[in-house]
Design a protein around this ligand. Structure first.
Ligand code: DGL
Length: 255
């Protein structure tokens, strides 16, 4: 089983990519909706929450874990790998850094994410490890996660906020913009419109699905996927169904 987790609905954008690449991959999803957002929390708290989730996913027989949250990837991935050496742990920051370095032509890129991800400096570090000549411009966009969770995806207010956040990156003339938060692909249209045609927008989870496909054997049988959250509301169910393009059964579990 492949365990996938995020603070809320954002990780479902990664599930979508994985299911596109491997439709029968058996997954268990956990969205920590009761404790969202992670993006403004401390490293200590994010590590504690992530570790509780991994314990839960382990209890569901997951041997592979995908941290489908950039904030948890930035602040807890190394910690989790050390704590659980028996598990294969993938994170969206490593795959995002790989994707953006492959996509840029001018070596001028932008990365947007939560305050936790951007302030951790993890993207600048990982990208420099791959290609030190790449210029990385970053911007935290803390209002994007609540806008997505509220499903304010096509609202004029959202576009106004996107313009304000992205102004600096536009001036830097980045040719590629990495969405360093798994909630942001839901705002991709607005973000692309604001950045303009010359900027390629890519999601941090895309490459991960590709990589997983290379390393995982897919089962022949349709999987019995399970979806869990720490707080369940009709709003979440509706949003999850919209993201995945189908209705799913979601169960509430207290960690
Ligand atoms: N989706 C998460 C990420 O990729 C963050 C959302 C949050 O702030 O909880 O960083």
């Amino acid at each position: 089983m492949i365990g996938i987790f995020d603070s809320g609905v954002g990780g479902l954008t990664v599930v979508k990519e994985i299911k596109k690449a491997m439709p029968k991959a058996p997954i268990v999803y956990f969205g920590d909706t009761a404790r969202l957002p992670y993006g403004n929390k401390s490293q200590e708290t994010i590590r504690k929450y992530s570790s509780e989730i991994v314990d839960f996913l382990k209890s569901k027989n997951c041997q592979t874990i995908i941290i489908a949250c950039n904030s948890a990837s930035a602040l807890a991935a190394d910690f989790l790998r050390e704590k659980y050496p028996e598990l294969n742990i993938y994170d969206v920051v490593s795959s995002g850094a790989q994707a953006v370095t492959e996509a840029t032509k001018t070596r001028r890129i932008g990365v947007i994410g939560t305050a936790a991800t951007i302030n951790s400096g993890v993207y600048k570090k990982k990208i420099a490890e791959i290609d030190p000549k790449i210029e990385v411009h970053v911007q935290a966009c803390p209002l994007f996660v609540p806008l997505v969770e509220e499903n304010w995806i096509r609202r004029p207010e959202t576009k106004k906020i996107a313009r304000a956040y992205l102004r600096g990156l536009k001036l830097k003339k980045v040719d590629t913009l990495l969405l360093g938060c798994t909630h942001y692909p839901l705002l991709e249209k607005v973000i692309s419109e604001v950045m303009g045609k010359r900027t390629k927008v890519i999601a941090s989870g895309e490459k991960l699905a590709e990589f997983l496909k290379k390393t995982h054997l897919e089962t022949k049988f349709p999987s019995n996927d399970e979806y869990f959250v720490s707080d369940l509301t009709p709003h979440f169910e509706k949003l999850a169904g919209k993201i995945l393009g189908k209705d799913i059964k979601i169960r509430k579990v207290m960690l």
